[in-house]
Ligand binder design. Sequence first.
Ligand SMILES: [Zn+2]
Ligand SMILES: [Zn+2]
Length: 297
Amino acid sequence: MASSIKATVFKYYQPATLVVIFAFWSLLPADLASSGWTIVIAAICTKFMILGLEAVNERHAGWRLTRAEFLSDLFYFVIGYTVVRYAVRHGAEPPQFALKDWLGIHTPWLEHAPMIVQVALIMLLIEWGHYWLHRAMHNWHPLWLTHAPHHYVRQLNALKGAVGNPLELFLIGLSVVTLFDFSLTALFCAGHMLGTITSFSHANVRFNPPRWYTAVFTTIEAHSLHHSVEYEDTRCNYSCALILFDRLHGTFRAGEAIEVGQEGRRHMSIRETLVYPFMPVIDWVRGRVTPSPNPLP
Ligand SMILES: [Zn+2]
Ligand SMILES: [Zn+2]
């Protein structure tokens, strides 16, 4: 009896969470729904709730969070919410808003569209951009250098989505949604939902979602395959939240990986993660040439 209740809970946990997040933003008083602090606090609470699930229904003992791993993950998590967030807000958004004005794009009617329509459009636009950016990162060496550190993680958990070089996290922060006039609440709601799905797709939790959910949203099975140790096996399942795009573009692969990492699961330190994209330049200055570990173009 208890096991069937647990199976039902973990079957519907992911879709139910998305419904709750949508209801939360729809029902929130206007002043709270447009506050930048609300999205930060809500997203952090959701992230740590998913992390707590790992203790309740663990997927792989080998992915269990150690103290050292937690502190390392926490470092990237804090960097993401401070340095990267600041850089996106002040370095990426102003030129995008200027481009919007220069192109003369005005869509004030969008913010009056039903909340569910706005949220769905924002999620599709952001993920469509992320799909192509991520695919480009696996096919063009300069972009791979920014993304590679994320592939050196040797276990998956709810915090791992934020692990990587800040330059990559900055690039992910760019989106065409800034060219449109969506309501701030819809933007926060969509961002909260995408962040939550990305946490689910990295979480060490044994979910057993319904088939309709796995057809649209990215699961830990699909994303763990993207973290495969053999580099060529990582060239699939590029969408971290909406696997729909991989199905549409023919890059979806079914299955699951337990062993994750790169170069035989080599450990990459925080220091190496931070300098990795700049290593070719550093090596060039030092007069060294380091061959790429991966067979990229
Ligand atoms: Zn990747
Ligand atoms: Zn990942």
